[in-house]
Design a protein around this ligand. Structure first.
Ligand SMILES: CC(C)(COP(=O)(O)OP(=O)(O)OC[C@H]1O[C@@H](n2cnc3c(N)ncnc32)[C@H](O)[C@@H]1OP(=O)(O)O)[C@@H](O)C(=O)NCCC(=O)NCCS
Length: 143
């Protein structure tokens, strides 16, 4: 099940951040981000918080800022429940293109995005820290 995140979910999302990213967001970053009216935060709930995503819709563009599924829940297609919701919200809000950046080494995520019609349109050199790595810019113009 996917639900819109509330302040009660912050601790669970913080745990997911720590498990899934080498550069996790802090409690304060999540708490402040949740207050932004431009951003939509969704939590994937299995027996507890199993994953989450956040995306930003401005005019006719959406940007996927984060998506993560806890390691023990991966490989079951659960990330698609979050991706499907992002596409649903985007269509509902008249979005024409969805953008995202992904670490060059992240084959799993890149494959997931390709399966949603994203194409790779550029590289941002040394974009990420911890560890330093290029970002691949991916775009879906046919949502
Ligand atoms: C990326 C991530 C969200 C995918 O979650 P998931 O629930 O395991 O993914 P799914 O089971 O839905 O698989 C999605 C697709 O990923 C790809 N995939 C799955 N396992 C893979 C693997 N071992 N190698 C390469 N691609 C793989 C496939 O394209 C798969 O689609 P398919 O089942 O139709 O073949 C998850 O791996 C994750 O949280 N990673 C850490 C955080 C992260 O990197 N987020 C993205 C950057 S913000």
């Amino acid at each position: 099940m996917v639900h819109v995140m509330t302040p009660a979910d912050i601790s669970g999302v913080l745990e997911i951040e720590k498990q899934c990213f080498s550069d996790p967001w802090s409690y304060e970053m999540i708490e402040n981000g949740l207050k932004s009216s431009l951003d939509t935060w969704l939590v994937l709930w299995e027996e507890g918080p199993a994953g989450y995503c956040v995306f930003r819709i401005v005019a006719d563009e959406c940007e996927l800022l984060r998506i993560a599924v806890r390691p023990e829940y991966r490989g079951r297609g659960l990330s698609k429940k979050l991706m499907d919701q992002m596409v649903f919200y985007s269509r509902k809000n008249g979005v024409k293109s969805i953008f995202l950046e992904v670490r060059e080494s992240n084959d799993r995520a890149r494959n997931l995005y390709k399966s949603y019609g994203f194409t790779e349109e550029g590289v941002r050199k040394h974009y990420y820290l911890n560890p330093c790595e290029n970002a691949v810019l991916m775009v879906c113009r046919d949502i």
